[in-house]
Design a protein. Structure first.
Length: 132
């Protein structure tokens, strides 16, 4: 009985204070890259049924990429936002430059053209509700 109770508390602690996971266009553990034009890194920390996400990305080509270019789609439901509840605009920043993004259950995509650059853009979202 004590062992069952202890294991139950450990499961609760692991759910509430889980470790952050990382993913990228090269590992594709939780996301699937959408082409090879945008390189990205993702860090996600899940707490209960909500998550915090940090993303860095850059255009790896010598050309501008058009609006609506997808960056990644979700591979699993573990970190995927709930359908229509968490579809929202984000902005990626690089110094004084920025680019508009769209984040949701379909993944992450550009909302406006992305200029070619060797520098990273950064964005994050503090809390969204997961499907899983």
């Amino acid at each position: 009985t004590q062992l069952k109770l202890r294991n139950g508390f450990l499961e609760l602690i692991n759910e509430l204070y889980s470790d952050a996971v990382t993913d990228s266009n090269s590992t594709e553990t939780y996301t699937t890259k959408s082409g090879t034009d945008i390189l990205y890194n993702v860090t996600i920390k899940k707490c209960g049924n909500g998550s915090h996400i940090k993303i860095s990305f850059r255009n790896s080509t010598s050309s501008s990429l058009p609006a609506l270019t997808p960056i990644f789609t979700w591979k699993t439901n573990a970190f995927k936002p709930k359908v229509t509840v968490n579809d929202f605009p984000l902005q990626g920043f690089r110094g004084s430059n920025s680019v508009k993004l769209f984040f949701g259950d379909a993944g992450l995509s550009l909302s406006e053209p992305l200029l070619p650059s060797s520098q990273l853009y950064y964005t994050s979202y503090e809390f969204y509700i997961n499907q899983d």
